[in-house]
Ligand binder design. Structure first.
Ligand code: HEM
Length: 267
């Protein structure tokens, strides 16, 4: 027979912990103080904006059963974009978008600036990483049928993100202004010119006139630095809003439970 244990008798009143006297604050360590400070700051902002409601809506969502590693490809692409944006800011601190100074400023950045070669390498390789991740993410969405109703608009936004990412690669390639980037971009602009109807206008627009030179470089720099990153950031925001609103799609091999089976289980 199992032994029954009686609960311990209550402590006599003299031994019970004394209630705190009003006004005597408990001594807290620095970690608690930092935590308190952070909570107060968040509370202060939240009281004026109610922003934590939106943050909670965005971050604490139900994910479908069967969610797997393939679902991390979108966030990986996002991380690659953020890394490109960050390293790009540091490159822009040294880069000079002038036809006579661009090559020299890039050489200086690579050979003389502390960690310059490393940051340039991260940006250069990161661009390829972003394109590869983008295609893998797109493949995941395609093979899981995640482009279907009601997510068609998110697929369309994705296609625009793809075109914009390609534009980043194309415009960025010219910026070092060495022999390879110069001639490769001439080929690229000429290929653009062979497109039907809009082709010649496109190549004129990209060159910034009839000749390939300073105006072309300035134009590519402005597109690479301002126009496309701004559009990418805004569209990624819209893309993520739709992901949060609609939720992600379950893997196609998961079948929904039969309603009857579900009912039987619950009854
Ligand atoms: C800069 C590029 C992109 C970023 C940062 C990005 C980011 C994301 C993230 C974080 C998700 C949610 C998690 C996931 O399913 O992986 C997602 C979902 C999705 N993405 Fe992208 N994406 C990009 C490009 C694209 C492209 C090129 C397409 C298609 C043409 C696309 C179509 C979709 C669709 C349809 C969903 C919903 C998937 C579902 O409901 O399961 N995205 N994206």
């Amino acid at each position: 027979m199992a032994k029954l244990k009686l609960p311990a008798p209550p402590l006599p009143a003299a031994l019970q912990p004394k209630p705190k006297r009003p006004g005597t604050a408990e001594r807290v360590g620095p970690v608690e103080q930092v935590k308190e400070g952070a909570i107060s700051a968040v509370d202060w902002v939240d009281e004026r904006t109610s922003v934590t409601g939106a943050a909670r809506w965005m971050m604490f969502r139900k994910v479908p059963k069967g969610t797997n590693w393939f679902y991390t490809l979108g966030s990986s692409t996002l991380f690659a974009f953020l890394s490109q944006a960050t390293t790009g800011v540091f490159l822009a601190m040294y880069y000079d978008p002038s036809a006579t100074r661009a090559y020299e400023s890039t050489r200086y950045l690579t050979n003389e600036v502390f960690l310059g070669e490393f940051v340039r390498g991260m940006h250069r390789w990161g661009s390829s990483v972003m394109v590869v991740l983008l295609f893998l993410h797109m493949g995941r969405v395609f093979f899981f049928g995640a482009y279907k109703y009601p997510r068609e608009l998110n697929w369309i936004i994705g296609v625009i993100l793809l075109v914009l990412t390609m534009t980043m690669s194309f415009t960025g390639y010219l910026l070092p202004f060495d022999q390879r980037s110069y001639w490769a971009t001439i080929v690229g602009v000429n290929i653009n010119g062979t497109g039907p109807i809009v082709g010649p206008f496109m190549s004129d627009f990209l060159r910034g006139g009839a000749e390939f030179g300073q105006t072309t470089l300035s134009r590519f720099y402005a597109i690479h630095m301002l126009l496309v990153p701004g559009a990418l950031a805004a569209l990624i925001g819209a893309h993520l809003y739709l992901v949060a609103k609609l939720g992600t799609t379950a893997p196609p091999w998961l079948k929904a439970n039969e309603p009857q089976e579900f009912n039987r289980e619950r009854v």
